[in-house]
Design a binder for this molecule. Structure first.
Ligand code: C5P
Length: 232
């Protein structure tokens, strides 16, 4: 059976709305993305609630610190049965390797995904922090480093998904946000793709937030997205 590729980003401050979305959508989606903002508000209670409804959790904490500190955090997360966890690749090879090594024997270990460069930063912003050269090249280099350090995959914008898939092959997981069903508002997202386009480009998973969470009928939007993806 094919993996359900849809991850719903839960980015709202309203506890009742979040819990209702989880309750309604858990049987229909591949996972829920819990970023540090909802995690700060609702913490492990939200993670446990998702698990109690049979859902999976993509804990998007974007960890970035010295190797031992990140490895400690990854070890704690691994005990909770979370499905995916993010780390910044810019934390370096040693940080990623130590994190991978620390959880390799854990039966409930999460998939460890690297964040390459934040899509909110353009070439000029990156130059200001000392990162020079064509953006796509930098992203590919970081994706290679993530793979060589033992990570399971990366988070990548629709624009980068195809080149990462081509360079790193099928087994490397790509999770793609910035995805919009045909005809829906891009909000502030600058580089968007439809669910089908993102999957065709090589994404294993797509992340969709507001088009689902702000819809009158979130389940109907989920079903439409899955239908579009299945008929590719
Ligand atoms: O509401 P929307 O579908 O735009 O939400 C996308 C989610 O993916 C948000 O949680 C956002 O922080 C996250 N994200 C993103 N672009 C990235 C990395 C993460 O939109 N490059």
């Amino acid at each position: 059976m094919r993996v359900n590729p849809l991850i719903v980003a839960l980015d709202t401050r309203n506890r009742d709305i979040i819990m209702a979305l989880v309750e309604q959508l858990a049987p229909a989606v591949g996972a829920f993305k819990v970023g540090f903002f909802p995690f700060l508000l609702f913490g492990w209670e939200l993670v446990e609630f998702i698990h109690s409804k049979g859902g999976r959790v993509f804990l998007d904490l974007k960890l970035h610190d010295i190797p031992n500190t990140v490895a400690n955090a990854v070890e704690e997360v691994a005990r909770t049965g979370v499905f995916m966890l993010t780390l910044h690749i810019l934390g370096g090879r040693e940080m990623m390797e130590e994190a991978v090594q620390r959880v390799q024997d854990c039966p409930s270990r999460p998939l460890l995904l690297g964040v390459t460069l934040l899509t909110s930063m353009n070439t000029q912003d990156l130059r200001m922090v000392g990162i020079k050269g064509p953006l796509e090249e930098r992203v590919l280099k970081l994706a290679h480093l993530a793979r060589d350090s033992g990570l399971d995959g990366v988070v990548a914008s629709p624009l980068e998904t195809l080149s990462i898939r081509k360079a790193l092959g099928k087994g490397f997981i790509i999770v793609t946000p910035g995805v919009r069903p045909p005809g829906s508002s891009p909000h502030e997202q600058k580089r968007v793709a439809t669910p089908r386009e993102a999957i065709m480009a090589g994404a294993h998973y797509i992340v969709v937030g507001r088009p689902i969470c702000e819809a009158k009928d979130p389940l109907a939007v989920v079903q439409d997205i899955l239908k579009e993806v299945e008929t590719q």
